[in-house]
Design a protein around this ligand. Structure first.
Ligand SMILES: C[S@@+](CC[C@H](N)C(=O)[O-])C[C@H]1O[C@@H](n2cnc3c(N)ncnc32)[C@H](O)[C@@H]1O
Length: 235
């Protein structure tokens, strides 16, 4: 799946001018991919960001089709576990491309989109807040967190991962652009490189505390009444 930050099968030859030493997207002067962490400016996630990575067919890295296919995979997995889905949290929901296809899987479920982007919250009515601190009174049957944590520095990302364990009581669909994806899998011409790249193991180590990794970005909360056979789980 091609994603912001993207999933493209196989290794894409990258011209040297687009490699790690090249210019950043979003007009950034420095980039985390080149080892210079920086806290995102509050207005970073503005109309121009979503135009570039989602709306403009010439520059986008994600399409609605990819979210529809991913939602079907999540739906099939949840049905396989027999866990009911009445509440869905889309943490860092962006334009909300998951909303419609997830509600097609569970038409009676309640969808909550959480966002830090002021622009998006004003335009789409998402709940405004940071995943690192979001503390509602409820826990959600399904949490999706797609291509968000690479935008957070290490401390904030670790807090967000701990919070995912608090917010989810069923299944978590989680992915983030990793160091390995940057090196081996992503299309560097379209992928946002102004992010914090960390090894996949960094995420796995922290997710393991509260979740069992079932593969394909699906993580089952350790408290959920789900039995996974040995070969259904990784590690
Ligand atoms: C690349 S977009 C991904 C959007 C969506 N999840 C998707 O896959 O299309 C990253 C999103 O994460 C949001 N974001 C960044 N930091 C966040 C935080 N601490 N809490 C919640 N959302 C955050 C940004 O506003 C942005 O919309």
């Amino acid at each position: 799946m091609r994603r912001v930050m993207v999933r493209v099968r196989g290794v894409i030859p990258v011209p040297p001018e687009l490699g790690a030493a090249g210019p950043c997207l979003n007009g950034a002067a420095t980039c985390h991919a080149a080892g210079m962490p920086r806290t995102p400016a509050p207005d970073r996630f503005d109309a121009a960001f979503y135009r570039r990575f989602y709306r403009d067919p010439r520059t986008r890295v994600a399409t609605r089709t990819e979210f529809r296919l991913r939602a079907r995979l999540i739906g099939a997995f949840l049905r396989h576990t027999r866990l009911p889905v009445r509440s869905i949290l889309d943490a860092g929901c962006g334009l909300g491309y998951f909303r419609e296809p997830l509600l097609a899987e569970w038409p009676r479920a309640r969808y909550t989109g959480l966002e830090v982007s002021e622009y998006l919250c004003r335009r789409y009515g998402w709940v405004q807040g940071s995943l690192a601190e979001f503390g509602p009174d409820e826990r959600y049957d399904l949490v999706v967190c797609h291509d968000v944590l690479q935008y957070l520095g290490a401390r904030e990302a670790a807090a967000a991962l701990r919070n995912l364990g608090e917010l989810c009581r069923g299944v978590l669909h989680f992915n983030a652009l990793t160091e390995e994806d940057w090196r081996l899998h992503c299309d560097r011409r379209t992928t946002d490189r102004d992010v914090h790249l960390r090894p996949a193991a960094w995420y796995r180590r922290r997710l393991r505390r509260d979740f069992v990794d079932a593969g394909s970005c699906l993580f089952v909360h350790r408290s959920a009444p789900v039995h996974l056979w040995e070969l259904e789980r990784l590690g």
